[in-house]
Ligand binder design. Sequence first.
Ligand code: NA7
Length: 535
Amino acid sequence: MNTKLDTNNDFDVIVIGAGFAGMYMLHRLRSLGLSVHTFEAGDGVGGTWYWNRYPGARCDGESIYYSYQFDDGLEQDWDWSERYAAQPEILSYANYVADRFDLRRDITFKTRAVAATFDDQSASWTIETDANQKIRSRFFILAVGCLSSINKPRIDGIDSFKGKIYYTGEWPHENIDFTGLDVGVIGTGSSAVQAIPKIAEQAKHLYVFQRTANYIVPSHNRPLEPDEIRWTKTHYKKLRAQARQTPTGNPFDLNNKAALDVSAQERMDEYEKRWQDGGLALFGAFKDLLLDERANQTAAEFVRSKIRNAVHDREVAELLCPNNVILCKRLCVDTGYFETYNRPNVSLVDVSEAPIDRLTQDGLTVDGKDYKLDVAVFATGFDAMTGSILKIDIRGSNGASLRDQWRNGPRAYLGIGVSSFPNLFMITGPGSPSVLTNMVATIEQHVEWIADCLDYMRNRNFSQITALDEAQECWVNHCNTLAHHTLKVSCNSWYVGSNVPGKPRVFMPYIGGMPAYTKKCEEVVAKDYEGFSFI
Ligand code: NA7
């Protein structure tokens, strides 16, 4: 039964977002007997998997791990068809979860939160939506996703282009047919790497505009066999527990040797084994890949040799070879990406030295040269981790503005709470492992922590929780110190916000790994929510 904590409010909790985080948050809080309502911008559940419908969209985490573990029945009843699930299958899964737990009755779709204001007197939030609603709740939870606010580069002349423009992160729901068309793809990150081989199969000519070459590893995707699925279901508990003990929340085999302590042959064998296994496992080949640049370059050179093998044209192959630190940006996982450049209808255009000048009515101009296009596909990524939070005008205690408070970069305690913003929680916010880990596992850990916290408050009649300034500063400094011990901060990437012009350069996620982070969260609880104050 839903009994409101306080009858002056419309709901106990408002959750923003109905992706994997928002759906589970809604379910978990409802099962605590709290009254909860969710607002979602899309007209369906699924978050990332609702919006990113571009051709080839697929998860680069293995499907049996990229799935909820909170419900045994759900885990047993759902069958994944492939090692890496494609977007339509993940979206079906999200819909299945919404049906199974009857979530839709508490979700308002096609509605965005535009502002949220905390009232100190009544200790409640007022959330305003783009449908001119004002809703009051005791708690305000942001489940808005880390990669959900798309980065739309401001290129001169974009409005004059007569062809079609698509963004991978906001892909239309209808099927797009590129047959007979000249297509340009801007960007060569994960989304582009998945879309390019598919678009190339249809397009008359495909131009890929590359600013930075990326390290890309093969997925070796394949169907899951019935025996394998049966075995996984029998061993799910153990598999999940093992995964939780690894830094990324994925069951990678982590080699405890340093790359330069072994022979050149052993190094090559290790890289080759992981390359043949496929997926992100290359990450765990040696323990010092992100700590020692010389070690790092052994892995980088291994991948470059694979690119040179795959691409026939020497000049194109060299352009596709990255020259920075491997694993600094997120590795991309592909199916046939490099081989696509052997097709006669695909051209690589280097925009690293001379950026895209402008779009004209007929196409795109780079360094004075015109490329005639019927379609421009922007695979230009996201304003990661903070974009969707700061789109909402959030005002905390005494009118504090989150946009002001985060002007020089996000500051949050554990990536969950923010000082001066009582009763606000973030799921996978900046300062939590989030994007460096298995997103579904890391979401579940946050959702359960937040739900337990609200239950704790209810049992003690607390009406307000706020992160303490000192605790927040200490955590932010700890996150920065850890990040600066690694090579992760050495390149431009969305982790540091450098892909969005004007965004402060701060390494946003917590890099200490899931076990250390979870332990810290548990210690905070054991010490009666150390670092938070209650009223
Ligand atoms: P990414 O990884 O941020 O990739 C975006 C790509 O777009 C990247 O190659 C960028 O080059 C390029 N880009 C961005 N702006 C421009 C402009 N103005 N001109 C030319 N090229 C540009 O986003 P994805 O969507 O592919 O993947 C995001 C995450 O989703 C991924 O890491 C996985 O976790 C899933 P740059 O490298 O900045 O030079």
